[in-house]
Each structure stands twice: as C-alpha cells, then as structure tokens.
Design a protein around this ligand. Structure first.
Ligand SMILES: [Cu+2]
Length: 138
C-alpha cells in the first residue's frame, strides 16, 4: 500500500476539496447575520444601553419578557438604532421604535414581547461593530 504513504495523493485531495466546497455552499443560515459580528461582552442584566464614541455599552444584555430597553445617546453624533438584519430590520420590530437618536437624546424600545435573541445595529453605519449589540429576551 505505497499510495497510503505518498506525500501527494491526488484522489484524496480531490475528495477533500469537494467536501470543502460542499460545506461552503451547503448551509444557508436562516438567522440574521451582520456583515461582521461584534465582540460581545458577558451578558449583563440591564435595560439601559449607553452609546458613546466608543460604541454601545453594554453590548450584550438580558431583559425580562415584556421589558423595554432605553438607548441613551451620549455620543456627539446621531445614531439610528434598528433591529437586525440590515437593511430589513425584521427580527425584532420593537427595537425599531428607537430609530434616530440625536446626540444627547434617549429613547426606549417598544415592549419586547417575544422571547428570543435580538441583534441591533446603527442603520447609518451598519457594518461598524461598535454600534452593534445583542438583547436576549427571556
Ligand atoms: Cu439597518
């Protein structure tokens, strides 16, 4: 069985690349994905998210079913906070109640009445992970 030990086995290489191609094209995720994923902190139980020039904080929170989340814009520029996915914003419509926030303005979401995990982003800067976060409703 000298072929088992040859450094280059074209048959095996063909099988491996076929598998890689299949996995790359195979699964179509139905969940929303942002272009890039934010680095999430450990989930914090709070209903207040503060926006500064450094980003949203905390960027990973847990709230009780039915809660509202307050977004406070302490940045010097405006932000438009919306549900993932961009640009449809269909995952968690109550987050879209926040929308446009002037510098210094604060707005709450509508009641989060569905137990699920919601991602959000700044619709004006959708690929910037600084303005992305997660709200887990349970
Ligand atoms: Cu968007």
């Amino acid at each position: 069985m000298s072929s088992m030990h040859s450094p280059w086995n074209p048959r095996r290489a063909a099988v491996v690349s076929a598998v890689l191609l299949a996995s790359a094209c195979g699964s179509k995720s139905s969940s929303s994905t942002s272009p890039t994923s934010p680095t999430l902190t450990t989930a914090v139980a709070t209903t207040t998210i503060t926006i500064t020039s450094a980003g949203v904080s905390p960027n990973n929170i847990e709230v009780a079913l039915g809660a509202r989340v307050l977004f406070i814009n302490n940045d010097t520029r405006s932000h438009t906070m919306t549900s993932d996915p961009h640009p449809e914003h269909t995952d968690c419509p109550p987050i879209n109640s926040v929308g446009f926030l002037q510098a210094g303005q604060q707005v709450t979401t509508a009641n989060l009445n569905t137990a699920r995990t919601c991602g959000y982003h700044d619709h004006d800067d959708p690929s910037n992970t600084r303005w992305q976060g997660r709200i887990t409703i349970k």
